[in-house]
Design a protein around this ligand. Structure first.
Ligand code: AMP
Length: 273
């Protein structure tokens, strides 16, 4: 496995590769969720590039950029063992300069849900993903469904900016207890983690309600709210795959999204129906 930090060097190197490239952008502290993205990419591409870059522009001043978990040595080993061909490990100065061109997220879809409480977040996400896709120029790029709004906005950017990459969505990987894997889970104490388990359980509750015939979004959301009463709920929404609010659940065209805060840790989860 080659480790490259310079974007131009990587770009030039990849130009000499006549293979399908699968790309997995990450912020490191790799876990089984990231590894699943890598495995999916290996099934469909001949050459695998992973990036590790904790992108400062998607954090606001009061967020956890400095505290964000970094496990560089372990991550390098994990990538090597997973059969990654290139690990792109840029420094902030390799990616950003002082006076920057940037991408703005759409005025509506970028400012609801997570974008409501983190108004500049998706500008930063889309800007960095745009840069990374331009550097790597992959055939396919892999993103987790856990970050459903991020995935939706990246798909929108690729479509609206006529970009040449296929975006592949990968199912959420969970721990044995049901909690969606996230690099931020290490912030949780044992007690907080137990509380956090209410999140996947609230989605199971919704799933059971739907199986028993309850399709009304308002009723389902209310029951989930009651269930999550002990936690600070940032939002619970029932949307179609285009991210429009819907009055009734439509099978195969619905996502139930939840974000809560446990102590200072934001936790996202969702259910794709
Ligand atoms: P991150 O390092 O948190 O920015 O995540 C990098 C990529 O991995 C994103 O596309 C995430 O959606 C995806 N990802 C993170 N956690 C999971 C998970 N538990 N299951 C599947 N994909 C995930």
């Amino acid at each position: 496995m080659k480790i490259i930090s310079n974007p131009i060097k990587l770009k030039n190197y990849l130009k000499t590769i006549d293979k399908t490239i699968g790309f997995i952008p990450t912020m490191g502290a790799l876990h089984e969720g990231h590894l699943t993205l890598i495995r999916e990419a290996k099934k469909e591409n001949d050459f695998i590039v992973v990036s590790i870059f904790v992108n400062p522009t998607q954090f606001s001043a009061d967020e956890d950029l400095d505290k964000y978990p970094r496990r560089d040595d372990a991550d390098k080993k994990i990538c090597e063992l997973a059969g990654v061909d290139i690990l792109f490990f840029p420094h902030v100065d390799d990616i950003y300069s002082e006076d920057e061109v940037s991408i703005s997220s759409p005025n509506i879809r970028g400012y609801v849900l997570e974008g409501f409480t983190r108004p500049s977040h998706f500008n930063g996400v889309l800007t960095v993903v745009n840069k990374l896709l331009n550097i790597v120029n992959p055939s396919r790029a892999y993103f987790g469904k856990k970050d459903a709004q991020q995935l939706n906005l990246i798909e929108l950017m690729v479509k609206q900016l006529f970009m040449n990459v296929e975006i592949v969505a990968v199912n959420t990987v969970r721990d044995v207890d049901g909690l969606a894997l996230s690099s931020r889970n290490i912030y949780l104490s044992k007690e907080q983690r137990n509380k956090a388990l209410l999140i996947p359980n609230s989605l199971n509750l919704a799933s059971n309600l739907i199986k028993n015939g309850e399709l009304n979004s308002k009723n389902i959301i209310q029951k989930m709210r009651d269930f999550l009463d002990d936690l600070e709920i940032l939002y619970i929404e029932i949307l179609d795959r285009e991210f429009n609010q819907i009055k009734n659940v439509k099978l195969k065209d619905t996502i139930i999204l939840v974000e809560v805060k446990v102590a200072n840790t934001r936790l996202l989860d969702n259910l794709w129906l």
